[in-house]
Design a protein around this ligand. Sequence first.
Ligand code: SAM
Length: 247
Amino acid sequence: MKPGEYETMFRVEDHHWWYRALRRVVFGQLRRFLPDCPAGPILDVGCGTAANLLRLNRLRPAVGLDLSAEALRLAKRRGGVSLVRGNALELPFHDEAFAAVVSTSVLYHRWVPDVGQALAEFDRVLLPGGLVVIDLPAFDSLYGAHDEAVMTARRFRAGEVRRLVEEQGWRVLRMRYWNSWLFPAAVVMRRLSRGQREVGDLEESVPSQGATNALMDRWMAAEWQMIQRIPLPFGVSINCVAQKRRV
Ligand SMILES: C[S@@+](CC[C@H](N)C(=O)[O-])C[C@H]1O[C@@H](n2cnc3c(N)ncnc32)[C@H](O)[C@@H]1O
């Protein structure tokens, strides 16, 4: 990611409505599906500045991996987290070392030239019956200034994610677009933001503190309640939960 983005992420990720919404989705899935998985630790691939890792560690022993020294420097400040510098495409762990792999907002990145290779690595380090939770930005039409700042190489559609996951032999347990109610506003704002840093982006332009942040937080919680029961065919993000087959 571009310089400065890690500092911003570290500063806002505990309270910003978007990060809180991401955790609501990811931890909701883990609470539901992890009990049915083998015992063992969790790997957070592309852990960034570790707000998620800290919380994963409360579920099971967790290890965070990231390619960026800057991300790991900030993550270390949180204390009590296990961190490794490495590449998603060549994980420095032995086979079947983890019960679950979580990777949020990583496979979209320019530093992941081959998504299939990264998923094959997830598969290698997972125990049979292990869980994969991935979260990705959706729809190329939403590409905007924020994608430039966070070095987006690609945004995904549900069908493509399903194909990539099934190529690993995994069973898809859950696939959901989310951040869907804001989708129309996001399309307009991101179109405007292309090439114009000042117009900004939806997540950045909505204040990350105070009453607006609290309102957005409640909005996202209500949306997720609905989307769990009634999937929508669009959203700013996409979440997929899959399971490696038991042998
Ligand atoms: C947008 S941040 C997401 C951080 C965190 N997972 C979250 O959801 O808040 C993307 C992270 O992926 C890391 N990353 C990108 N490509 C990677 C790769 N090939 N191997 C390991 N980490 C990578 C970046 O350094 C960055 O910390």
